[in-house]
Design a protein around this ligand. Sequence first.
Ligand code: GRF
Length: 199
Amino acid sequence: MPTLHLGFLASHGGSNMQAIIDACKSGRLDAIPCCVISNNSDSKALERAAKEGIPYYHISAIKYPDPKELDKAIIEKFTQHGVDTVILAGYMKKLGHTVINRFNGRILNIHPALLPKYGGKGMYGNFVHEAVIKAKEKFSGPTVHLVDANYDKGRILGQKKVPVLPDDTIETLAERVLQQEHVLYPEVLQKIATGEIII
Ligand code: GRF
């Protein structure tokens, strides 16, 4: 099977991106991290890319106020670096239709809950874990899914369950889920690389 050529979009910490890069470096994942784009010039994700020697770019609505130009800039960089699979790793912006169409069916996202529950508008970051705790769910966990025009509604490619403990706070639950995100994302990508999951 062909090696995946990954292009990342990340807004903040980039710990999922790092887990995927580490999996590539250790040979657990047959993929090449080709390029990192962040809308946030101060993001740790860009710092990590610099450290890893991966080409990185700050592309934001401030630099490109016209959404069409913003999409064009993202597509240009990914194309220039031979990206065939786009990885959303804590990307806090909605992707434009042009980008979605260009990489049609090959854009993945990770969400910190067991979709289809706790997804959609307003369900991000700590709001997700807060809602899970409030609903007294017994389990939570990350979901990797394909991205289409309907947020958090694309085909589910993989999930991992973790328990929600009676004394969990948003922080303790978020940490338990994040640890599994770091396992799940590279695993799903490797299944795509080997053809076990077809996208
Ligand atoms: C993760 O919780 C992920 O589920 C969500 O954004 C967060 C990104 O964390 N989509 P990081 O930037 O990878 O550390």
